[in-house]
Design a protein around this ligand. Structure first.
Ligand code: NAP
Length: 283
């Protein structure tokens, strides 16, 4: 079986590539900026907004790992057309997000879930919570303000989140892609502990030795902060909506889905911090 992986250079997809190839599974690693062929990894050029790239990118892959076009209003329509054209594909694993199943059917991400469910393929949905890797790898959500000003900028109040390490998401994806018995099922992939963003700031400060602190912005301040990113208005709206959900406690469910799928304990935020936020030694 060859697996086609969307967003293969991103926070999640990159780790899915690693987890599958470690299990001996050949992958087609799709992104707009593919690198060179290496071992079991064939990077392929793919752009959701250039349909001519779709069929050559998928090739004869039998399975897909989809991350699904973020907050594009037309995501479900585009993905339905893409799946209709991907005739070699029998299995689809969609990475959605915690809480999407509780949103209206016409909300873009829920519409994508329903499009995958109706695709006529064997499907599985993974719903991770906020990624820990946002803190060091997502330039506009957290990484830049942390790097430049030691600010963990998050209008979250004292609400708690059960964060997900994308390495766990990848292990879960590899499990459902390589084992039988996950057809038509959805799994919630979260870490073991609930933390406020203030507690995350303390953890990163302790581990890195830097004066990292939480900035608990109002929604207006947060909008102005994100507006500086130059990202589209729809992205800013989406981010503010996500923080509203944080304040509503949506990202704190505890499930044992990860343990059941992989037989392993989910990684803690401390493990993530130890691996990524050690003090810098001067070179
Ligand atoms: N971040 C979170 O906390 C979180 C939590 C739960 C769920 N999620 C889900 O995860 C998804 C984001 O995944 P991620 O964080 O791994 O992504 P990411 O790190 O932002 O990476 C985006 C990937 O998509 C590729 N890409 C960007 N534009 C593209 C286009 N037009 N066509 C094809 N590929 C394109 C990028 O590579 P190129 O630039 O080379 O194309 C890159 O590989 C979201 O849809 C969200 O629903 C995120």
């Amino acid at each position: 079986m060859t697996v086609w992986i969307e967003g293969a250079t991103g926070k999640a997809g990159r780790r899915v590539v690693e987890a599958l190839t470690a299990a001996g599974v050949p992958v087609r690693a799709a992104s707009r900026h593919p690198g060179d062929v290496k071992g079991l990894v064939t990077p392929v050029r793919f752009d959701w907004y250039d349909e001519s790239t779709w069929a050559p990118a998928v090739g004869n892959a039998e399975a897909l790992f989809l991350k699904g076009l973020d907050s594009d209003e037309k995501a479900a329509t585009i993905i339905t057309r893409f799946l209709d054209a991907a005739t070699s594909v029998t299995r689809v694993v969609l990475m959605s997000a915690v809480g999407v199943d509780k949103t209206p059917d016409n909300a873009p991400r829920r519409a994508v879930e329903l499009a995958v469910e109706k695709s006529g393929r064997s499907w599985t949905i993974l719903r991770p919570s906020w990624f820990l890797q946002n803190f060091d790898e997502d330039e506009w959500v957290f990484a830049r303000a942390l790097r430049e000003r030691n600010e963990l900028y998050a209008g979250s109040g004292k609400s708690k989140v059960r964060f997900t390490d994308t390495r766990d998401l990848a292990d879960a994806a590899a499990a459902v892609l390589t084992q039988e018995g996950h057809e038509g099922r959805s799994y919630t992939i979260t870490g073991p502990e609930q933390l406020t963003f203030g507690e995350v700031a303390e953890l990163l400060a302790r581990t890195s030795g830097r004066p990292i602190h939480h900035v608990d912005a109002t929604p207006e301040e947060h909008r102005a902060h994100f507006a500086k990113s130059g990202r589209p208005e729809a992205w800013v709206d989406h981010m503010l909506h996500l923080f509203k959900l944080v304040r509503a406690g949506v990202f704190s469910p505890r499930t044992s889905d990860f343990e059941s799928l992989t037989g392993k304990k989910p990684r803690t935020a401390s493990q993530y911090a130890e691996d990524n936020w050690q003090p810098q030694t001067p070179s």
